[in-house]
Ligand binder design. Structure first.
Ligand code: GLA
Length: 408
């Protein structure tokens, strides 16, 4: 081949490799990601001291050892871009810079997350990544970032799939494994196209600290816990290892009743949702801590099969949810969304079903006697019965749950 032809071939190959989409970073979220994010509690009022002391608390409380490893800065860490277009941190809020903070967080056995936006500006008006995707990904990689939440404000006339693919490619090209958490609010149904682009995608509007009230503003709406559950109920077939439906971050410890926090957390575990804590863990109550650190519930969320739970039925006002687990086990949560306490007699034979939608697993209560483990009282409570009779009668208080692991 003469030199001219060689040059042509090389340029052709380069052009091809720049236009072809890379694969996203694999195995960063084989089970739903667990961590903390600043937004629900602090909104834009974040600084180095908060992030650093939250990292300290992640360790001292035991949350890190329970599996919560990401410390994620949300909106408003940003300063300006430098003369070459590289984004800088706000130097007043982060006087030591992000690299220093990442080193600190890593020294604690934790990982650091950051936040950006596909558009011109973030939702709080900070610089967005539009037109700077490769530079931003490179900067995050240089800083030692492990997680990117990418928002969707100020994106008029932008194609969602293209925008998220572009950042996914940029993260891959930057060479550091960074989990890509898409925050597009479900507007363009990312569950249909984002499986190979991001590791999770928001399914709806922002959550707020309410069990069951929708909050409507002139230009946007906020979901309650029950609104998030209802939306996610329609999407279970799209979730799986490495690509999760994200009904938004936890409001546990931010002001709901203890029972409501428990129901919220149990349902996020049943739905294999990312578990991103949103309260001030430096000053949480023992009740909040017990909920967030319920290892038996966390094990349901982190089950290796990675199947989102199934809303089996509604009986007498109660919602019955099942989640297939490894080794033929099942989790069951009975959720009371009503205003009054409800009593219900469980006949396991009413729950014989096959999950034809996702896992193909059958409960087989007519063939198997499962050991029943109460996941909130942390005690074993006998076995399921193969007989067609009420085996136990339960009372579920208002806005609360009972959760069992059925062990084969
Ligand atoms: C959007 C996101 C929130 C949060 C804010 C920050 O509303 O959905 O989770 O990141 O922006 O401004």
């Amino acid at each position: 081949m003469n030199n001219g032809l060689k040059l042509l071939a090389v340029s052709f190959l380069c052009a091809f490799s720049f236009t072809a989409s890379a694969q996203k970073w694999e195995h960063l979220a084989d089970t739903p990601q667990m961590g903390w994010n600043s937004w629900n509690k602090f909104q834009g009022n974040i600084d180095e001291e908060i992030i650093k002391t939250i990292a300290d608390a992640m360790v001292s409380t035991g949350l890190r050892d329970a599996g919560y490893v990401y410390i994620n800065m949300d909106d408003c860490w940003h300063g300006e871009r430098d003369e070459n277009g590289f984004i800088q941190a706000n130097s007043k809020r982060f006087p030591h810079g992000i690299k220093w903070l990442a080193d600190y967080v890593h020294s604690k056995g934790l990982k650091l997350g950051i936040y950006s936006d596909c558009g011109t500006k973030t939702c709080a008006g900070m610089p967005g990544s539009l037109g700077h995707e490769y530079q931003d990904a490179l900067q995050y990689a240089r800083w030692g970032i492990d997680y990117l939440k990418e928002d969707w404000c100020n994106t008029i006339n932008i194609n969602a799939k293209g925008a998220y693919q572009l950042m996914s490619d940029a993260l891959r090209a930057a060479g550091r494994p960074i989990l890509h958490s898409m925050c597009e609010w479900g507007d363009n149904m990312p569950w249909r196209w984002a499986r190979n682009i991001g590791h999770s995608w928001r399914i709806g509007p922002d959550i707020w600290c309410s069990f069951d009230s929708l909050r409507v503003f002139p230009t946007y709406t906020q979901y309650s816990v029950m609104n998030c559950i209802a939306k996610n109920d329609t999407l279970r077939q799209y979730a799986g290892k490495g690509h999760w439906n994200d009904p938004d971050m936890l409001e546990v410890g931010n002001g709901m009743k203890n029972s409501e926090d428990r129901a919220h957390f149990a349902m996020w575990c049943m739905m294999a949702s990312p578990l991103i804590i949103g309260n001030d863990i430096r000053s949480m109550s023992n009740e909040t801590k017990a909920i967030l650190m319920n290892k038996e519930m966390i094990a349901v969320n982190q089950d290796k099969m990675g199947i989102q739970g199934y809303h089996h039925s509604d009986v007498n006002g109660l919602q019955i949810w099942f989640k297939p687990l490894e080794n033929g086990d099942w989790a069951i949560t009975i959720l009371n969304p009503t205003q009054k306490s409800l009593t219900y007699g469980i006949n396991w034979q009413n729950f014989n079903f096959k999950d034809t939608q996702v896992s193909d697993k059958s409960t087989d209560f007519d063939k198997i006697e499962y050991h029943v483990r109460n996941l909130w009282l942390h005690k074993s409570e006998g076995k399921t019965s193969k007989e067609n009779r009420v085996e136990r009668t339960i009372t579920v208080p208002s806005h609360d749950v009972i959760s069992y692991r059925l062990i084969k």
